[in-house]
Structures are given as C-alpha cells and as structure tokens.
Design a protein around this ligand. Structure first.
Ligand code: PMP
Length: 419
C-alpha cells in the first residue's frame, strides 16, 4: 500500500491517523508519508522515495539511523530477554555513564518517556520543598502531564485551552515569557515561599529553537537559590546534543534536577530524571515521593542508550556545529535571494529558520514566523527528498551521519523552492 492509502486506513484506527499529533502534517497543510526504513541520515518511505532526514525521530537519532554499534548492542540485549521488571546491569552502566558526563546528576531514576521524567521531577520538587507552585516558560514544552499544559509549546500550542485539564491543576503553574528574568523575579517577589521550582528548557526547542540570553540561566539559578526553590533543566532535547554534558556543562550552570530522554535511549522509549543525591533520596522507596514504572530501566533501552553515549564520546561536536552553521548560513542566503525575510537560531546540531526578520527570543517573536511560507517551503523540500519537521515551531536537527552531499542536496532543493 502507498502512503495515501495507508493514511486513509490509519485514520479509521487512530485519531488523525497518528500516535502523536504533529505527525499528521496538519500544520504544513499536508499528509504524512509512511516510513518503511531508515539508515544513516536517510529515510525511505513505502512509496519508494528517499529523504535526507532533519527530524531524527525528534532528536534521539543523533548518530543517524541504525548506527552499527547501537544496533548491535540492542540486538545483543534482546537476546538476553527484553524486560525483567527486576534490577539489571544495564541500568547501572547507563546511570554511571550519565553521571560521569553530567556530574550534577549524582543519582537518577530511569523512566520510559520525557513526559514521565518531567512529571516525576515536578512531583519530587514539590515533595522535597513542600510547596505547590512552579514557574514554567510560555512556549517551553515539558511533555503532556496536566500541570505543564499551560501555554505549552510544540503541538500542545495548537490545542486551544487544552480540554481535559482542570483549571485547579494549572492554577499552580506560574507563567513567564522565555528570557524574561524580571517576570520570574516578580513571581518570586509575589509568593516565593510557595514556589517549588522553576523548570526551563535551557535552550528552548519547542517554539522553534530559542537561545537563552546572556545571564538568563544564571539569573534563574540565583533566584532559585535565594528563594529555596529548585532549578530544573529539562534537557530532553539538549542533553548530549549541545555538548557531551548537555546544556548545563556547555553553559556552566548547575541545576538541582535534570530531565533527559531521547538520545539516552538510542531510539528506544526512555526518560530519566536526576540530580543532587540529597534531593533524589526523597523518592520511594528511600523517601516518600512516589513514582514507579513497569518498563523503567528496560534492558534493551539501557543497552542502546549506553552504546549511543559511548559512540558520542568519539564524535566531534565542534565540527558538526561548524558544518551546521555553514548549512544554515547558506540556506538563509538562498531564501533572502528569493526576497524572503528569514532569521536563523542555531546551536550545536539544532537550528530553526524562521520566516521573519528576527531576532526570535521568545514565543511572541517565534509566533510571528510566517506559517504559510514555512508550509510552502516544507512541502517543496519534501517533494525534493528533504524531510523537515512538519511544523514551523519545531527545530531541525543535523546528525553525525550527515554527509556534505546530504547538505548539498538540501541546498539544491532550497534553491528550487518557489513562494
Ligand atoms: N521535554 C522536552 C524539552 C521535550 O522536547 C519533550 C518531547 N519533545 C518532552 C519533554 C517529552 O518527551 P516525550 O515525548 O518522550 O514524552
């Protein structure tokens, strides 16, 4: 069956034909292609077409698809049994490696998704401090737990009012614009004694890519310390992407708790939260804050994650960043030659090209990007074999398997785009 017929069938079985909303390609006025397999930096669909990938499963596949070492580790783990529900060696090996690379994570808990990681970190922050409120940034996305679905980014930004989330639950969610330290300060001045934590994407990746302004993250660190609140870095995207130690090591700012996902599972379902030992020991069975999971610490995911982190130790992050900057410089120049106003935010192997003049420093400015222009660009790039995120408010990823030919093909396609 081709993608078109599969999509028709899928819509009879799943809402919108998909298991996660953005995959339906609604925000680029299009329909999804169905992927049959993927290798390196390339996707192959059921219609026999090949694409240069810039999504990489929304981040996990930083080494490219089917990295031989990761595949071998996953296969070897499966041969030992796919899930035990009892402690296994892989959990220790991955936790040790993470702790080595991100020293603030003295202790951690493995879970099965980024959503579980952030939800659990918030519960821990509340349980630890005995406070209810927390600060979150407009346009940041921390998964789909109720408390975070207030002015969330990514696909959640497209669901007005988010039915199903009682107002009583988001009443404790205090909002601020990203990069607006004064707004956070005002929340603390108004009621700092009841703020359990500030949760932030240290580089935002769910309203397009948005970088923290100088002093923003340090300012959050200082406010949290002053008021006895915890600082949570949601590094589900930035962990092991911005540097081998994520955003916190790259920027030199230490949060109390960190959430991870995506890359640390090597393409298998995983999440993780961790931080200071003294805080983490408030989790059951040592402390009273509860969280559990049937598949937590799954041996296949642990093995794939560990193999990924080991492989990343051999990768040249700076070289990939330089290549990504060159690619985005050229992409932007091509669009400007066509008379389109564009601005690019980028760091390491992540970028967003906004269809506006920029600068883009928060959700308001990101929202000014021309969605119709992005849709036209996306459709024509797809038709020429370039697979970008099917929404202008997501970021694009490069990976260690991208070749110069892949980038050249991308630029060639961009040159042919008509608005
Ligand atoms: N936090 C951030 C920063 C994310 O980008 C995401 C997912 N894109 C999540 C949390 C939730 O992760 P998951 O989709 O694995 O539940």
């Amino acid at each position: 069956m081709d993608s078109k017929s599969l999509y028709a069938k899928a819509q009879t079985l799943m809402p919108g034909g998909v298991n996660s909303p953005l995959r339906a390609c609604k925000y680029v006025n299009s329909q999804p292609v169905f992927i049959e397999n993927a290798k390196g930096a390339h996707l192959f669909d059921v219609d026999g077409r090949e694409y240069v990938d810039y999504v990489f499963s929304w981040g996990p596949q930083i080494l490219g698809h089917q990295d031989p070492a990761v595949s071998a580790a996953a296969h070897a783990a499966i041969d030992l049994g796919s899930s035990y529900g009892a402690p296994c060696l892989g959990e220790i090996a991955l936790a040790e490696e993470i702790s080595k690379l991100i020293p603030s994570m003295e202790m951690m808990r493995m879970v099965s998704s980024g959503t579980e990681a952030t939800m659990s970190a918030l519960r821990l922050a509340r349980g630890y401090t005995g406070r209810n409120k927390f600060v979150k940034f407009i346009g940041n996305y921390h998964g789909h737990a109720d408390a975070f679905l207030a002015a969330a980014g990514s696909a959640a930004a497209t669901v007005p009012g988010t039915p199903g989330v009682p107002e009583e639950v988001t009443r404790h969610t205090l909002l601020a614009q990203y990069n607006d330290l004064d707004a956070v300060k005002a929340h603390f001045e108004a009621g700092g004694d009841d703020i359990a934590c500030v949760i932030v994407e240290p580089v935002a990746g769910n309203m397009g890519l948005v970088l923290p302004k100088d002093g923003f993250l340090q300012g959050l660190r200082d406010l949290c310390t002053r008021y006895g609140a915890l600082l949570i870095f949601d590094e589900v995207i930035t962990g092991f992407r911005l540097s081998p130690g994520g955003a916190q090591v790259r920027f030199g700012i230490t949060p109390d708790l960190t959430t991870l996902g995506k890359i640390i599972g090597g393409g298998f379902p995983v999440g993780c939260y961790g931080g200071k030992r003294e805080i983490m020991e408030h989790m059951a069975p040592v402390g009273g804050v509860f969280q559990a999971g049937t598949l937590s610490g799954n041996p296949v995911a642990m093995a794939a994650g560990l193999a990924t982190l080991k492989r990343l130790g051999e990768c040249d992050y700076e070289a990939l960043e330089a290549r990504t900057f060159k690619l985005t410089d050229e992409l932007a120049a091509i669009m400007r030659e066509k008379g389109r106003a564009v601005s690019v935010n980028r760091i390491a192997s992540a970028f967003t090209m906004y269809f506006n003049d920029g600068p883009v420093t928060n959700m308001i400015e990101s929202g000014n990007s021309d969605a119709d222009a992005y849709a036209a660009y996306w459709q024509q790039m797809l038709a020429q074999g370039v697979y970008l995120a099917p929404a202008g408010f997501e970021c694009a990823f490069t990976c260690f398997a991208h070749t110069d030919e892949d980038f050249e093909k991308t630029l060639e396609a961009a040159r042919k785009v008509r608005f």
